[in-house]
Design a protein around this ligand. Structure first.
Ligand SMILES: [Zn+2]
Ligand SMILES: [Zn+2]
Length: 555
């Protein structure tokens, strides 16, 4: 494919999450972002979802660098798995902003991956990776050190914006580098791949620094304890919660592993400062009067094992919520998490807490620019071609419309999808042939697409439960020599199905007798026969299909 530049998204299009893009030129590769996605409720027992990066596995030797726009999980989270699968030796270097690389280091340490060099690339600095020149452009977002990535080859420059908003008054006082964006535009930007998350929201997003006063206002009306939950990586938000607490003479307690970890990294890098003496340890929390405390907690997305979820279930070792406490959700649910969040909120009401969400008061500001900000990006960078990124198909479509509205001809707007490469050369741009893309699941530390089977099993288990049947047969003639044991879990209607267990035992006996008569002695076959007979019998009686697991023991 010499002469052409390929931009191949492996994730992040037609979905929110697992952003990953391969840029290919002269057979060399740079990867921008390596994100993950959290599983939806149907993906039972699956811990994480990664982009299917089989394409990269085949091309591992051609990778010049990975570059990460910012430290959010949907851009950085898959890094340990990608490095492990590709082989650390095949990835010469990972670039990113300072905080991003500190967060990457913490992740890789947990996975005992220590070989890959992580290099800080400050905004404005350039790095060379094979035929590519890489540059970070500072943006504002809901995490410090968020950047766009400009990738330049002989053909021109591609700008992948990463997640951004144009915040004129960011908490750290460093707005997006509009000057550099305009320069890229003046020099003739070849392709803009922009964040579409809020393409459906008209107007302009709220500044992050506007949230602080609203938090303080809400706090001032609370008499009991206050718990604030937000993304742990939203370090500027945490700073504003700390400031509001300090202003009202309340101490702060940080709970949740990732909250403590991120605040730790953030304060080492100077992104957050907690005044001396303001912070108390979770174990000391109960000894402070209610009106003197603000708890800052993980769990804004209703994550199963998060601190807030545990508090809501009265299962947190240090913080016991009660009537009169107020819980503030300083975040909105990511699509897919609404149910878990609502469930957590309802639990909190059950305990007697007041709950304040972004619907009740402006206690949250999005990290993603709205329609007018996307237009501003388009006008600053004046790209020849546009490929909307980071959004479901609706938002990608709407982002395309915004591009048209600022005068970009429709034929230069490419509404892509995962696995569909955009090919650019001297003659123009067009979609190329589809490559493999999709999702792979992480279950614990294992990774694989075999999880289809595991998922089906789990769905079955969750809906209809399981029967385990242990039969004991004679080695000589296959006759049943002891009463079968039947164990069941999670099978609906079992209580009403009087005598069913006895019937199942009878069924096992007769099934075994038939198998013995047919001279089926091979254990596998015997178990198969038993399974088929029992599954049919149970379905007949319960109209359910629980998993049936026969275990045959020979004596
Ligand atoms: Zn993102
Ligand atoms: Zn982000």
């Amino acid at each position: 494919m010499s002469g052409a530049l390929r931009v191949l998204p492996l994730g992040g299009l037609g979905e929110i999450g697992k952003n990953m893009t391969v840029l290919e030129y002269e057979d060399r590769i740079v990867v921008v972002d390596v994100g993950l996605r959290f599983p939806t409720a149907e993906m039972m027992g699956i811990d994480l979802v990664l982009p299917d990066f089989a394409y990269l596995r085949e091309r591992a030797q051609d990778i010049e660098a990975i570059i990460v726009t910012h430290g959010h999980e949907d851009h950085l989270g898959a890094l340990p798995w990608v490095l492990r699968e590709l082989g650390e030796a095949n990835v010469p270097v990972v670039y990113g902003g300072r905080l991003t690389m500190a967060m990457a280091r913490a992740k890789l340490d947990e996975h005992k991956l220590t070989q890959t060099p992580l290099e800080e690339l400050a905004p404005g600095d350039h790095a060379t990776a094979g035929p590519f020149d890489l540059e970070m452009v500072h943006m504002t977002h809901s995490i410090p050190d968020a950047c766009g990535v400009a990738v330049t080859t002989d053909l021109g420059t591609v700008l992948i914006t990463g997640d951004y908003k144009f915040d004129q008054t960011p908490v750290d006082g460093i707005p997006a580098d509009v000057g550099r964006l305009a320069e890229l535009g003046r020099d003739g930007l070849l392709l803009l791949c922009g964040d579409s998350t809020n393409a459906d929201r008209p107007g302009t997003s709220e500044s992050e620094s506007g949230v602080g006063p609203h938090l303080e206002d809400v706090f001032s009306r609370c008499e009991g304890r206050i718990v604030v939950t937000s993304f742990a990586s939203n370090i500027h938000r945490v700073q504003q919660v700390v400031d509001a607490a300090a202003a009202l003479g309340r101490k702060v307690v940080l709970v949740g592993r990732s909250m403590r970890k991120n605040v730790n990294i953030g304060s080492q890098l100077g992104h957050i400062s907690i005044p001396e003496g303001l912070q108390v340890q979770p174990r000391e929390a109960e000894s402070f009067p209610d009106h003197k405390l603000v708890v800052i907690s993980t769990g804004s997305q209703g994550e199963p094992l998060s601190a807030l979820r545990r508090m809501a279930h009265r299962d947190h070792p240090q913080i016991r919520l009660k009537d009169g406490d107020t819980v503030v959700f300083s975040a909105t649910p990511i699509p897919g998490n609404e149910r878990a969040v609502n469930e957590t909120i309802d639990r909190l009401y059950h305990i007697g807490c007041d709950v304040i969400t972004a619907r009740d008061a402006p206690v949250h500001a999005s990290g993603h620019g709205y329609a007018e900000e996307l237009k501003l990006m388009l006008n600053l960078t004046q790209p020849r071609y546009v490929m909307p990124f980071h959004g479901d198909f609706k938002r990608i479509h709407l982002h395309g419309r915004l591009a048209e509205s600022v005068g970009i001809p429709p034929e230069r707007i490419f509404k892509g999808e995962n696995g569909l490469p955009l090919e650019l050369d001297g003659r123009g741009a067009r979609f190329g042939e589809r490559e493999r893309a999709g999702m792979i699941f992480v279950d614990g530390v294992d990774i694989g697409d075999v999880a289809d089977v595991a998922l089906r099993d789990r769905r079955m288990l969750s809906a209809d439960g399981i029967f385990i049947v242990v039969a004991t047969v004679s080695e000589q003639d296959g006759q049943s020599v002891a009463p079968p044991e039947v164990i069941f879990r999670g099978v609906p209607f079992m209580d009403e199905a009087g005598g069913l267990l006895d019937d199942i035992r009878d069924q096992v006996e007769s099934s075994l007798a038939r198998a013995a008569a047919d001279e089926i002695h091979e254990l596998d076959l015997l178990e198969q026969a038993l399974h088929d007979d029992l599954a049919a019998f149970v379905y007949d009686r319960l109209k359910r299909r629980p998993m049936v697991l026969p275990v045959v023991v020979e004596v």
